[in-house]
Design a protein. Structure first.
Length: 566
C-alpha cells in the first residue's frame, strides 16, 4: 500500500529520532503524578508544584526559543510551555531544538515534567523542564478545527470511519469517550443495586448444545473434539433458572448474546443483556423492582432521574404507568384481541395494514399488531402487561385469565427495554409449550424455538420455587441514557461489513470504469465502441473489473448491459 506524504515524513522523523539516540518506543515505565483535569480544577493546590504528566501531543506552536503545546491525557487536555533556556540539561536542550521542534508530530505520545503556573491570559499550564518521547505516531490524526464562531471544520464525523477506527474517534471526538464512561457507570450501578439486595452474580455457558431461552435464530459452530454442533448463546435464561432450582435465591448475569438476524440502528448481532431471577417473587414485585432499579441507574449515570433522547425528556423516576397489551391494542386500533382465533387475528391484521403471513401463529400476529400500531406511542417508561400465552412459551399462565401470561415489557420511546415474567415452573405445562413452539417452527416460523431442552425440563421436574425473572437490553438502555439513536454509538466495536480495499486498476480498466461513472450503464457494444477496446485486451479488462466487484454484466432481453456495481 502506497504511503501518503505525511506518513513518509513521519517515518523519516522516526529514523532521525533513532539517529539522535532517542528510542521512539521506550520500554521503561513512565510514572505520572497528576492528570490534566486535576491540575486545572485544583489549580490553587498545584500552583508552583512540580508534576509529571503524559499523553498525546494534540497541537504545538513554535515561537523560536519557546513553544506552547496541547497535551491530551485520559482525563482531558492541558497546555504545556517549553522554553529552551529553562530545560534542565544540555541533553534536554538538544531534545527541544531537535526533537520537539522538528521531529515530534500531532498524535505522538510524550511525557513532561515541570511546574504548574497560569499564563498572562489566565490559562493553566505546565512549564516544562524535561520532555520524554513515549511513542511516535506514524499516521496523522484528523485535524478538527473550531473557528471563532464555534463552528467545527474537518470533523472526523463519517459514521463508518468512526466505527471502524474507534481508536481515532475516541482520540479526536472528546464526547465519544463520555458515552462509554457512562456505559460503565450503568453496569456498576446495576451491579451494586443487585449486590446490596444479596443477589449473586454468576456466569453461564456461551456455547450451548441447545439455543434456548428466547425466540431467535442462532449462530452455529462445531466442536471438533466432541464432534457435535454448538450454538452461540441467544439467552442465558434456562441456565439461570437451573440455579434457582439448585437453591440460589437470586442470581444475575451480564451476558454477551448472539442472534443471527438483521442489523439496524437498534440491533447488533452481538449484544449485552442483563438477566436476573429471584425466587418467591412474581411479575408484580418485579415491576416495582425494575422501576426502582432504573431510577437508581439514571441518577448514577446522569446525576438525575431524567435523560434527553432526541426531542423527548424521559423521566425514569418511579412509578411507571401499567397498561395491558389487550387494552393497548384496543386503544390504538379499536380491535379487541380477547378470545379471537388465529384466523380472526390474521384477517384483522391484514385490514389494519399490518404485514403478516401464513407462517405466523397467534402470538406472532398479535406481536406484529402491537409493534406496528402501538409501540411508538409509549414515550415515557410504561409497563405493557399480560401478554397472550402464545407469545410467551416460558411464562406462567395468568392467575385470572388462562388465555394470558404474567409478563410485562417496559417500553421507552417506542422501544422495548426490559422483559419480565412470573416464570413458568410447571414442567408438564412447559413441555406442552415447547411442543407448540416445535409446531410453529415446522410451519416456517424461523424465530420459533425449534428445540426441546430435555435437561431443563428435568430440572423443573426436581422442583423450581415461584420465581420472577427480568431481562434488560443494556445497549438499548444506555442509548436512552446518553441520547444516542444508533446502537453502534454505544458499542466500542460494532459489527461492520468487510472493509473495501483500494484496487490498483490498469489503464484499460480505468477507461471502462470512468465511462461508467458518467453513464452508470451502457449496452455492451456501445461501451466497446466508446473505449476502442476489443479482443483479448477487452476480455482482460472486463475480467479484472468483475473480479474486483466494480462492474457487472446484466442480460436485458436479447442484449447485454455493463453496469457500474453498487
Amino acid at each position: 500500500m502506497a504511503l501518503s506524504e505525511q506518513e513518509i515524513l513521519r517515518r523519516e522523523a522516526l529514523q532521525e529520532l533513532r539517529n539522535n539516540g532517542i528510542d521512539p518506543y521506550p520500554a521503561n515505565e513512565f510514572i505520572t503524578t497528576a492528570f490534566s483535569d486535576e491540575i486545572i480544577s485544583q489549580f490553587d493546590e498545584y500552583e508552583g508544584k512540580e508534576v509529571t504528566i503524559a499523553g498525546r501531543l494534540m497541537g504545538k506552536r513554535i515561537m523560536g526559543k519557546a513553544s506552547f503545546a496541547e497535551l491530551k491525557d485520559s482525563r482531558g487536555r492541558i497546555q504545556v510551555y517549553i522554553s529552551r533556556d529553562d530545560v534542565s540539561t544540555d541533553e534536554a536542550k538538544t531534545t527541544y531544538n531537535v526533537t520537539f521542534k522538528k521531529l515530534l508530530d500531532i498524535g505522538d505520545f510524550i511525557g513532561v515534567r515541570g511546574k504548574v503556573f497560569k499564563t498572562q491570559v489566565g490559562e493553566v499550564s505546565v512549564h516544562v523542564t524535561e520532555l520524554t518521547v513515549l511513542a511516535k505516531a506514524l499516521r496523522p490524526l484528523p485535524v478538527v478545527k473550531t473557528d471563532a464562531d464555534g463552528k467545527i471544520h474537518d470533523a472526523f464525523a463519517d459514521p463508518e470511519q468512526r466505527y471502524r477506527r474507534r481508536y481515532v474517534d475516541l482520540t479526536v471526538n472528546d464526547h465519544v469517550k463520555d458515552t462509554f464512561i457512562k456505559r460503565t457507570k450503568l453496569f456498576n450501578a446495576m451491579r451494586s443495586f443487585f449486590n446490596e439486595q444479596g443477589y449473586l452474580e454468576v456466569e453461564t455457558p456461551i456455547l450451548q448444545p441447545i439455543p434456548g431461552g428466547a425466540a431467535a435464530r442462532p449462530f452455529v459452530t462445531h466442536h471438533n473434539s466432541l464432534d457435535i454442533p454448538l450454538y452461540m448463546r441467544i439467552a442465558n435464561e434456562l441456565y439461570l433458572k437451573r440455579l434457582i432450582v439448585g437453591g440460589f435465591e437470586g442470581v444475575y448475569e451480564f451476558s454477551k448474546n448472539f442472534r443471527n438476524e438483521g442489523m439496524d440502528r437498534t440491533h447488533n448481532p452481538e449484544f449485552t443483556a442483563m438477566e436476573i431471577y429471584v425466587a418467591y417473587k412474581d411479575y408484580n414485585w418485579m415491576m416495582t423492582f425494575t422501576e426502582n432499579l432504573l431510577e437508581h441507574c439514571a441518577i448514577a449515570v446522569n446525576g438525575k432521574s431524567t435523560a434527553t433522547f432526541g426531542s423527548h425528556e424521559i423521566d425514569f423516576r418511579a412509578p411507571y404507568a401499567r397498561v395491558t397489551m389487550t387494552d393497548a391494542i384496543k386503544q390504538y386500533t379499536g380491535f379487541d384481541i380477547s378470545g379471537k382465533s388465529e384466523q380472526e387475528l390474521f384477517d384483522a391484521a391484514r385490514q389494519m395494514g399490518v404485514e403478516v403471513d401464513s407462517t405466523m401463529g397467534k402470538g406472532k400476529i398479535i406481536d406484529e399488531i402491537f409493534g406496528s400500531k402501538c409501540e411508538a406511542n409509549y414515550i415515557q417508561p410504561t409497563f405493557i402487561t399480560d401478554y397472550p400465552k402464545e407469545m410467551s412459551p416460558l411464562c406462567k399462565q395468568h392467575r385470572d385469565n388462562p388465555e394470558l401470561t404474567e409478563r410485562f415489557e417496559l417500553m421507552v420511546c417506542g422501544k422495548e427495554v426490559a422483559n419480565a415474567y412470573s416464570e413458568l415452573n410447571d414442567p408438564i405445562d412447559q413441555r406442552q409449550r415447547f411442543e407448540h413452539q416445535l409446531k410453529l417452527a415446522a410451519n416456517g416460523d424461523d424465530e420459533a424455538t425449534g428445540f426441546i431442552d430435555e435437561d431443563f425440563l428435568r430440572a423443573l421436574e426436581y422442583g423450581m420455587p415461584p420465581t420472577s425473572g427480568l431481562g434488560i437490553g443494556m445497549d438499548r438502555l444506555i442509548m436512552f441514557l446518553t441520547n444516542n439513536s444508533s446502537i453502534q454509538e454505544v458499542l466500542l466495536f460494532p459489527q461492520m461489513r468487510p472493509e473495501k480495499k483500494a484496487v490498483a486498476l490498469s489503464d484499460d480498466e480505468k477507461l471502462i470504469s470512468e465511462i461508467l461513472k458518467t453513464t452508470k450503464s451502457l449496452a455492451l457494444d456501445a461501451l466497446k465502441l466508446q473505449t476502442g477496446l476489443s479482443g483479448k485486451k477487452w476480455d482482460i479488462a472486463m475480467k479484472g473489473l468483475s473480479k474486483h466487484g466494480i462492474v457487472k454484466v446484466v442480460v436485458e432481453g436479447e442484449s447485454k448491459t455493463v453496469k457500474l456495481a453498487d
